[in-house]
Design a protein around this ligand. Structure first.
Ligand code: ADP
Ligand code: MG
Length: 705
């Protein structure tokens, strides 16, 4: 059976060489096993035929199947705008079937007066029902098709694959793959006792029913079983690595509170620490005197003062003869950390260096030599820090800022920079519940800064449309006259990069025109600029020389200019809630009243409106995160979480499947208690399961936060 699962998909009927290549490239599907682990994201009931009158906008149907006679056809448009419409009707109403592509192919297959079985996604144009690019079959074809189970899976796909295979084609190759597999039985990794305790169906049945549900109930059980396996695999890994880490007692010891720490703490601290900052520092101190290797996640809302906690912890390492490093997700942020930290450490004999992808030869040489010889105590930088060339003399403490920006592999490589793994502090402004954090980031302890520095006035947030543009400009001018500074941010979303870029440059031109020199200085900053230009532009804004910074969301993370009091977000409806919150966190960092202005078009979807309203209502990041999950509903994991996730989950969604997550935690704990290394015969399958979710990438997950 294992052999079948490993078989190359090109030999599955209906695939062949070209499609195999495409499936591998687009979806990472290479073997029969991969194909069976590609699960439908929704199911439709193919036994149901809707009368056209029942397909209304209010019914909110995602896919429909109907039976209708073609009453007429029409062509419209020219060249690329050409379209082909077929008008179909049943006893209850009419529907337009529209094609924009493949017209030659479809016109040959559509015959006026004939009855077809039609399947597609309904949409409404001026109240009229339309199906764009539906699947059609003559009734004879439909009736001759062999009976399939009523529910048919719809598989996640990409544009290229859809045009090569289509919904039906994809379904067919899954059927063919299953035909190969079902000659035997898929081995079940779970011991019988566990299956019984948690009411789980067999793995073979689970795969069968997830692809070809025999009933709604069996589908539910199949999904439950497959999610259980995934999350159990993850939990077994997380828990056994935690035990191993705590047993090892190989963490570096920082017993001493020395000169660097004391001088900074007693003489240089720019302000008294908040209670929450003190508490976290204490937690870190405790971790670093126990002999365990620390793996700690620090959650704190934007502006809560995580940088200072990081710095103080790094000084602790330095006092004990170790080096420390701080890795930031962007060049701008790394440079900024370097500037603030160097300034705060002036007159303290701690040497700080910077290394980023765009470091000049000299800067790079000095940083590399300094950390190799031990002359440099603290190294600040971007992911350039993880390159092999970066050799520390004695790295003892690693801080990773805004960690969701880093891939797992990047993080893992920092672990190998010393003979024993250094202590790790991972900082994030994206709040996540504890159990979830443990799944997402593995074996972690969690600290929280739940208090903002005193004297902060809550940022006032408003939502305007373009009709308020003039008033907004007037307001910005007033703020600038008071000596304050302003950010104006444009979205930058991959799919339409060119267009976004135009929005940004157009915006910059408009602002430069409406805020003319010499009275106003406007800078621009975006990802396509050379690092040196970006830096110069940021520097002019930071120094106060520039009044306005027009930027993309490159400034989303961490940038700190306390004198900036207004954040204008253009096309705010295109940003996610957590991103809006991050952006807003760029203001309100000094003592002055700050403002966040959300600009959007007049027309908004329900969800966008809810997001913007939430932003106007609260500044509490934890509340917004909760709301965000709710608004996404059954939708996907937040992209940022996904990218931070240590495991490649195909069906379970830890934010949604909290119940399964809790059960698997418990199950893993019980098994490991009796059989810590999973060596007993009945647990052999569990060991394989654990490995599968630990070895997705060729890295040692015990080293991962
Ligand atoms: P974040 O947690 O978002 O990384 P920062 O570390 O950038 O926040 O801190 C935000 C701002 O608050 C900075 O300007 C910093 O100097 C200031 N700050 C940090 N701690 C305190 C404190 N205890 N009291 C007053 N201001 C503080
Ligand atoms: Mg920060």
């Amino acid at each position: 059976m294992e052999r079948v699962m490993m078989q190359d998909i090109q030999f599955v009927a209906g695939v062949g060489e070209a499609r195999a290549k495409l499936l591998g490239k687009e979806l990472g599907i290479r073997t029969v096993g991969d194909l069976l682990n590609h699960f439908p994201f929704r199911y439709i009931d193919r036994t149901r035929i809707y009368p056209i009158a029942e397909i209304t906008e209010a019914a909110g149907l995602a896919y429909v199947q109907l039976r209708a006679r073609i009453a007429g056809i029409a062509y419209a448009g020219e060249g690329r705008k050409k379209r082909f419409t077929a008008y179909a009707q049943d006893e209850t109403g009419r529907v337009e079937l529209v094609w924009f592509q493949g017209i030659k192919w479809i016109e040959k297959r559509i015959e006026v007066g004939r009855e077809y079985l039609i399947f597609g996604r309904p949409s409404f144009y001026r109240g009229e029902l339309q199906l764009a690019h539906p699947e059609i079959e003559t009734m004879e074809q439909a009736l001759s098709r062999k009976a399939e189970s009523g529910m048919q899976g719809i598989y996640p796909s990409t544009e290229k694959i859809s045009s090569s295979l289509g919904t039906k084609g994809f379904y067919r190759i899954i059927q063919n793959a299953w035909a190969l597999v079902s000659r035997g039985r898929i081995a079940d990794p779970l011991p019988e006792s566990m299956r019984q305790a948690y009411g789980l169906i067999g793995l073979h049945e689970a795969y069968y029913n997830v692809h070809f549900p025999q009933s709604a109930e069996l589908l539910r059980q199949a999904q439950y079983r497959l999610k259980f396996d995934e999350l159990l695999g993850v939990q077994l890994g997380v828990q056994s690595r935690r035990t191993e880490r705590l047993e090892k007692q190989n963490g570096f010891l920082f017993p001493k509170v020395g000169d660097a720490f004391n001088t900074f703490y007693n003489e240089k601290l720019p302000f008294p620490l908040t209670g929450a900052q003190k508490r976290v520092i204490k937690e870190i101190r405790q971790d670093t005197v126990t002999g365990y290797q620390m793996n700690r996640l620090l959650q704190g809302d934007v502006g809560s003062g995580k940088t200072l906690v990081a710095l103080i912890s790094m000084l602790l390492a330095v006092d004990n003869g170790f080096q420390a490093c701080l890795m930031a997700p962007t060049e701008i942020l790394a440079r900024q950390h370097f500037a603030t930290i160097t300034k705060m450490l002036a007159d303290i004999p701690v040497r700080v260096a910077i290394l980023t992808g765009s470091s000049k030869a000299k800067e790079r040489r000095e940083a590399l030599a300094g950390i190799a010889s031990g002359e440099v105590d603290i190294l600040i930088g971007t992911h350039a820090l993880i390159e092999d060339k970066v050799q520390f003399q004695n790295l003892g403490f690693v801080v990773i800022d805004e960690q969701h920006r880093f891939g797992v592999e990047q993080r893992a490589r920092l672990w190998t920079k010393n003979r024993r793994p250094p202590h790790i502090l991972v900082m994030t402004a994206t709040p996540i519940p504890r159990t979830l954090a443990m799944t997402l980031y593995g074996d972690l302890d969690v600290s929280v800064i739940d208090e903002l520095p005193p004297g902060r006035r809550p940022i006032q947030t408003f939502h305007y449309t373009d009709s308020a543009r003039l008033r907004l400009w007037g307001f910005l001018k007033k703020q600038i006259a008071l000596g304050r500074q302003v950010y104006i941010v444009y979205p930058l979303i991959k799919e339409s990069e060119a267009m976004d870029y135009k929005d940004l440059t157009d915006g910059y031109e408009a602002v430069s025109r409406d805020f003319p020199l010499p009275q106003y200085v406007t800078e621009i900053c975006h990802g396509k600029m050379k690092p040196a230009d970006k830096e110069a532009s940021m520097a002019r804004f930071k120094s106060g020389e520039a009044h306005i910074l027009v930027a993309t969301s490159v400034i989303e993370v961490g940038v700190d200019v306390p004198n900036a009091t207004v954040m204008v977000i253009e096309s705010a409806e295109r940003f996610g809630l957590s991103q809006l919150h991050q952006l807003r966190g760029r203001v309100g960092r000094g003592g002055e009243q700050s403002y966040c202005i959300l600009m959007s078009g007049e027309k908004l979807s329900k969800e966008s409106r809810a997001r913007l309203e939430a932003m106007c209502e609260t500044t509490d990041g934890f509340r917004l995160a909760e709301l965000d999950l709710k608004l996404r509903g059954a939708g996907d994991l937040n992209g940022t979480m996904q990218s931070g996730m240590a495991f490649d989950l195909k069906i379970a969604n830890p934010t949604r499947d909290v119940q399964v997550l809790t059960l698997t935690r418990e199950a893993a704990m019980q098994v490991l208690e009796r059989d810590p290394h999973l060596t007993q015969a009945e647990n052999r399958g569990l060991a394989t399961l654990m490995e599968r979710y630990s070895a997705r990438e060729k890295i040692d997950f015990s080293r991962i936060s």
